[in-house]
Design a protein around this ligand. Structure first.
Ligand code: GLN
Length: 454
């Protein structure tokens, strides 16, 4: 813990940690020592973690990297972080992210972007660690902490993991409680671990998982011993390669990464099968209707009264002006864009044309996966991202930014588990990741396949 605390101190340039909690860390570490001495050391005992700023942590700033939550210190602890503390883990502080988890580059944060510790060979340009869990990815990749929490609504664990050469898993929807995690799009959001190895991710996922009566969508299922499932034996497993993910203009090095990954699994005794997920091309548009729709509803609670920032009002301003001014000042551009899109697609005249249509597409995408799994497929292999990490400021157009999520959003729409695992370097020496998608509740088997690739 002391080594991590000083690493965090010395790594301000990365802008990964936005609130540091060294006193809490040292106190938790002392308690962990005592537990170890007493012979009662749970799975995460004494493991120093970073926590994404989206998780409410009691008495510690929890702002979702937004100006509107300025000064917010929750009086409660999210279930997932409470479970981590109960398992002996240590909190080093809160990690940078895109505002309300909306973004793919960490550039929408009120704290400014986190920076990727990796650089292109012979080029000093600062790169994005990805988003929205960019601070988590940067902190783990730079060895500031042993692992971190992330959240994933459309790729926010997997894309930053791929951009920084670490492992990140989005569990099955309902595996981890969402209670105390600031809501973005409630039907898509899941928390998950970001770690250096598949084994670390498996151990941490075990500690984060489980039924929570405070979240009605959390599943009342036993949590398997994910670590014990990492046997490395994948003989006879059927791995699907979805043809629709072979996007036009896909860089040759991503194609190669993908076929090398398949070859690695084949060499370990798996059978590689071509499959079809025919509605894939509608996933991104459906996601960018559903996610903003839910966000516009969830973000209605930030009214300048209950939490955080309230605008300075002028003589004659009423309650409407207070809402308008507080929200205009507190929310950044991307969040305002999502609120406007979401409000539009939910409005009386457009609900059927956009929101309802997107929900139908979501069902078709879910069915595509069910059909593939019904043919005996155990896991699906795809690239995690369409490119390696890009330079900060390089992607300025919001729609171009949304295209980053092309391989990841399908998994959230279908509620399935998906893991990003480091699989090689590009020509400029940057990490590239592969994604494995599994059957619901089979994170253990999925991590076992990922373990063969890492
Ligand atoms: N990049 C996607 C978005 O901006 C996904 C974000 C996430 O998973 N939280 O909505």
């Amino acid at each position: 813990t002391e080594a991590c605390v000083s690493a965090v101190e010395g790594a301000g340039r990365l802008n990964a940690f936005v609130h540091r909690t060294p006193e809490i860390a040292l106190e938790q570490a002392r308690a962990a020592d005592a537990r170890i001495k007493a012979g009662d050391a749970p799975a995460m005992c004494g493991i120093p973690l970073g926590i994404k700023d989206l998780f409410c942590t009691r008495g510690v700033a929890s702002q979702a990297a937004s100006g509107i939550l300025e000064g917010f210190r929750p009086e409660y602890e999210s279930t997932v972080t409470q479970q981590l503390w109960d398992a002996g883990a240590v909190m080093l502080g809160k990690l940078n992210m895109d505002e309300f988890a909306m973004g793919s580059s960490n550039e929408t944060s009120v704290y400014g972007n986190a920076i990727n510790p990796w650089k292109r060979q012979g080029d000093d340009t600062d790169l994005t660690p990805g988003g929205s869990s960019g601070g988590s990815a940067s902190a783990v990749a730079a060895d500031l902490c042993l692992a971190a929490t992330g959240t994933d609504t459309g790729g926010s664990i997997r894309q930053p993991a791929a951009f920084t050469g670490i492992v990140g898993i989005k569990p099955t929807y309902g595996r981890c409680s969402r209670w105390g995690v600031v809501a973005f799009a409630s039907s898509l959001d899941q928390a998950g671990p970001m770690a250096k190895t598949v084994r670390d991710a498996a151990i941490m996922l075990g500690a984060m998982s489980g039924h929570d009566p405070k979240d009605s969508t959390s599943a009342d299922l036993a949590v398997p011993d994910f670590e014990a499932m990492l046997t490395g034996d994948i003989r006879g497993k059927r791995i699907g390669i979805p043809q629709e993910y072979r996007m036009e203009g896909m860089p040759a090095e991503i194609e190669k990464l993908w076929s090398d990954g398949a070859a690695m699994l084949r060499a370990a005794g798996a059978e590689i099968v071509d499959i079809s997920l025919p509605h894939t091309k509608y996933a991104l548009p459906a996601y960018y209707v559903i996610a903003p729709a839910e966000a516009s509803s969830n973000l209605a609670r930030y009214d300048g009264v209950r939490y955080g920032h309230r605008a300075r009002l002028s003589q004659g301003d009423g309650i409407t002006e207070m809402y308008e001014k507080s929200r205009a000042e507190g929310f950044g551009t991307e969040v305002q864009r999502r609120v406007m899109i979401g409000t539009y697609v939910l409005s009386a005249g457009f609900y059927d044309a956009y929101y309802n249509r997107a929900r139908k597409v979501r069902t078709l995408i879910k069915r595509d996966f069910e059909n593939a799994f019904a043919t005996g497929i155990d896991a699906i292999l795809t690239p995690a991202t369409p490119s390696a990490a890009f330079g900060l400021g390089e992607v300025a157009d919001p729609v171009a930014m949304y295209l980053n999520d092309v391989f990841t959003v399908t998994v959230n729409l279908a509620g399935l588990p998906g893991v990003a695992v480091p699989a090689g370097l590009d020509a400029q020496g940057l990490p590239l990741g592969l994604q494995l998608i599994g059957r619901p509740w089979e994170e253990g088997d999925l991590l076992n396949v990922a373990h063969v690739i890492e």
